[in-house]
Design a protein around this ligand. Structure first.
Ligand code: AHR
Length: 485
């Protein structure tokens, strides 16, 4: 029996709901086909944005959506994506399949998507191939109220009111696809570009995010924090979990994989904890009061693409294994609430560890989607400190909100169920209701012919409680949530 002691009087801090953020890039069928079908489409849509996907996303309360990339961001010139659609310039999407980008989804369409799903904006600006003036004018175009050249242009394009921009990223992966820079050079560029990312709305200042490290590049974090620390509010971290590391020439398949690839993927997913711990320790040197965030704005599992699909489109299936990766990562973020205030799973639709898959007019919710749904009550709740002796393949997070508690746990072991008892220090338990996401097959997934293979179900066995404790049995390859009053 694993035991989790919950110290109801020792909050770790607020779980910023923005750690449940998502990412949508002009990549493969994420934007085009997945989110945007255009107003003329036969697929039901509102102002060009598909209604089935919006309805699904509203149910999981997406707090924030990062756009337009990723690598795409450092080739994106925002002025190509405004004005009448038929006059928008096309470009080649060099990073992702070399396809033609028609720029029909641009700034106005992005904010319309945000309006429909109720999410806040996280815009990633172009440092790699864009000018300072271009970045300054984009921010002015989006956020300036009143009269200015860019505000007037926005009004001419049909939107007199400014939009709120919560987060602004200055470059993406500037150590790689964003310009192959060295950290000291990027830090200087960051200082320069961010100077012109102005706060036109002093009531809602932008949270400025610098490009951070790839995985365990601690030198990058140190250099950027040392030189640009006073000018940034957050620094990003990208970590994808892979069953095989890229030097092996393959990543592994999303389905039909052997057991050792389950284990190696989980080991790589677990590394997120060490990465956050060590990057945070570097940040502590320059920001001991933890005012700045470590922003995990790309995370998730990355496999070989589905056979027969465009290698540049990064389309992969999503199984109960991905659900376990998601639960594990979200638990890790919640253990680091003091530093991690924003995170964005990659990506929202049809790309990498997607929440939703589409094919023409069909749509399916993935097991990862259901984890986000089951964890909803964690958003903006207070994370509580726990002490546990859980088996190595079981992790948990406990939060409190409105007089109730959410206990979430994942068992990413392949064989053994785990019995877990949660002991409250002071709370008197009145009720406990659970849900489980589980499948006996390692690669169980939802597809267009069988959309409900992996869906949450009420936890009817193995859940009991008394006045001060809740006991639950979690099978292997499962995610469980328990709402306690
Ligand atoms: O999410 C896919 C790609 O992964 C992003 O464009 C890039 O930032 C990262 O390398």
């Amino acid at each position: 029996m694993g035991i989790v002691y919950i110290d109801d009087h020792r909050p770790l801090g607020r779980i910023n709901k923005d750690i449940y953020g998502q990412f949508s890039e002009h990549l493969g069928r994420c934007i085009y086909g997945g989110l945007w079908v255009g107003p003329e489409s036969d697929i039901p849509n509102v102002n060009g944005i598909r209604s089935d996907v919006v309805a699904a996303l509203k149910d999981i309360h997406v707090p924030v959506l990062r756009w337009p990339g990723g690598c795409f961001a450092d080739e994106y010139h925002w002025q190509d994506g405004i004005g009448p659609n038929d006059q928008r310039k096309t470009m080649v999407n060099n990073n992702w399949g070399g396809v033609t980008e028609n720029n029909h989804f641009g700034t106005h369409e992005y904010f319309e998507l945000l309006r429909q799903i109720g999410a806040a904006a996280y815009i990633n600006g172009n440092v790699g191939s864009g000018t300072v003036q271009e970045m300054q004018e984009w921010v002015e175009y989006m956020t300036m109220n009143g009269t200015s050249p860019m505000a007037d242009r926005r009004a001419q394009n049909g939107h007199p009111d400014p939009w709120p921009v919560k987060y602004f990223g200055v470059g993406n992966e500037s150590w790689g696809c964003g310009g192959n820079m060295r950290p000291a050079y990027y830090a200087d560029l960051y200082r320069r570009y961010q100077t012109f990312v102005r706060n036109y709305d002093p009531q809602h200042p932008l949270t400025k995010i610098a490009c951070g490290p790839n995985n365990d590049d601690y030198h990058w974090t140190d250099e950027v924090m040392k030189s640009a620390g006073p000018y940034l509010d957050g620094i990003s971290l990208h970590h994808y979990a892979l069953p095989h590391q890229t030097w092996s020439g393959k990543k592994g398949s999303a389905t039909g994989f052997p057991a050792d690839e389950w284990v190696s993927l989980m080991a790589d997913a677990e590394k997120m904890d060490e990465l956050i711990t060590r990057h945070s320790a570097i940040m502590d040197k320059y920001d001991p009061d933890k005012k700045k965030s470590l922003v995990v704005d790309e995370w998730g599992a990355w496999y070989d693409v589905e056979p027969g699909t465009n290698p540049g489109f990064l389309y992969q299936q999503n199984t109960i294994r991905d659900a376990c990766v998601a639960a594990l990562a979200l638990h890790i973020f919640q253990h680091h609430v003091d530093r991690v205030h924003l995170a964005n799973i990659a990506q929202m639709v049809n790309v990498l560890q997607a929440m939703i898959l589409t094919d023409g007019d069909q749509m399916v919710k993935t097991p990862t989607y259901y984890v986000f749904k089951m964890f909803l009550a964690h958003q903006d709740a207070t994370a509580l400190d726990t002490v546990d002796d859980l088996p190595a393949t079981v992790t948990t997070s406990v939060s409190a909100k409105g007089g109730g508690y959410l206990l979430s746990l994942v068992n990413y072991g392949l064989d053994a169920a785990a019995d877990v008892r949660y002991e409250f220090q002071t709370h008197t338990v009145q009720s406990a209701a659970g849900e489980i996401l589980h499948s006996a097959a390692m690669d169980a997934h939802n597809d267009f012919t069988a959309p409900d293979t992996v869906v949450p179900e009420p936890l009817t066995t193995g859940l009991t409680h008394d006045a001060h404790s809740v006991s639950v049995t979690i099978p292997p390859m499962s995610v469980v949530t328990v709402h306690v009053r």
